[in-house]
Design a binder for this molecule. Structure first.
Ligand code: PAF
Length: 276
């Protein structure tokens, strides 16, 4: 099956109007890897039609971040979507998404917008909610699929959907890891082989934290210190232990805890987390 390419918002709206039955939507920034594929496969299995978008959203990048060098692999992505039986691929230009008089701004709430990712990347989540709201309005899906790797993004989007009474079900999808444990990310292409070895410390420290919890350690400062001692060769931005609403925890609550790490390996910023 050859995936239908939709370049403009008008094309997407006209196409969506032809669809009957359940529609699944997977928003991405392209450079698709097995992590994206797992979201796509869930959508294809769970819906009559699947629409994927590829849009490197400028408003969620801060000045000095990797917007210009963000990996773009349109041809390979089109092939992947065709093989995965995606019905339509929406690949708009920034001018299609952001109108010249684009003034109505939705902002991420405080706890998400200005803590952890939001603290180190202020305005990032404003850009995310802005684009995801537009994309969901355009694709008008029954379900939309997001990875747990971007845990804070997932929580912000769930909150937006709840607060704006949007009629879409947000489906959280598990993190996909390489056989060595590295969480898949489009940014992994920046890593050299020695840097991959360093990056693996992140997933190793999370796995060890989960074992520590299973062995009965519940004090979050103790868990954090152990993680920090494993990843101390990296430039760590944060190690955080929060509940599913992103409130800081003093004690691990099994079934309601996320342990998150953001750290630089060379100039590449990586994030990873584990849900406990
Ligand atoms: O997770 C991503 O790839 C992006 O943040 C998203 C959700 C596609 C919005 O640009």
């Amino acid at each position: 099956m050859v995936v239908k390419i939709l370049k403009t918002t008008d094309e997407l709206i006209a196409y969506r109007d032809t669809l009957e039955g359940q529609v699944g939507f997977v928003p991405t920034m392209g450079a698709l890897h097995s992590g994206h594929l797992s979201l796509i496969e869930r959508s294809v299995m769970g819906n009559d039609h699947t629409i994927v978008s590829i849009f490197v959203n400028p408003t969620q990048f801060l000045a000095g971040e990797d917007l210009d060098k963000y990996p773009r692999k349109d041809e390979a992505d089109i092939k992947i979507c065709s093989i995965a039986k995606v019905d339509a691929l929406f690949m708009p230009n920034p001018n299609d998404i952001y109108l010249s008089d684009d003034e109505i701004i939705i902002k991420a709430p405080k706890i998400f917008g200005y803590t952890l990712e939001g603290y180190f990347r202020p305005t990032h989540f404003d850009g995310v909610v802005r684009v995801v709201l537009k994309l969901l309005n355009l694709a008008n899906p029954n379900r939309a699929y997001f990875g747990k790797k971007d845990a804070q993004q997932l929580a912000v989007i769930q909150k937006m959907v709840r607060e704006l009474f949007m009629r879409v079900e947000i489906i959280p999808c598990d993190i996909v890891r390489d056989t060595n444990g590295l969480a898949l990310s489009s940014r992994n292409v920046y890593l050299t082989p020695p840097q991959i070895e360093q990056a693996l410390l992140i997933s190793k420290s999370l796995k060890r934290a989960s074992k520590d919890v299973m062995s009965g350690i519940t004090d979050t400062d103790t868990i954090k210190d152990k993680i920090l001692s494993t990843i101390n060769v990296l430039r760590v931005e944060y190690v955080a232990i929060v509940d599913r609403e992103f409130n800081t925890l003093e004690k691990i609550e099994v079934g309601n805890t996320i342990i998150l790490i953001a750290a630089y390996v060379g100039t590449t910023r990586l994030i990873d987390n584990i849900w406990i």
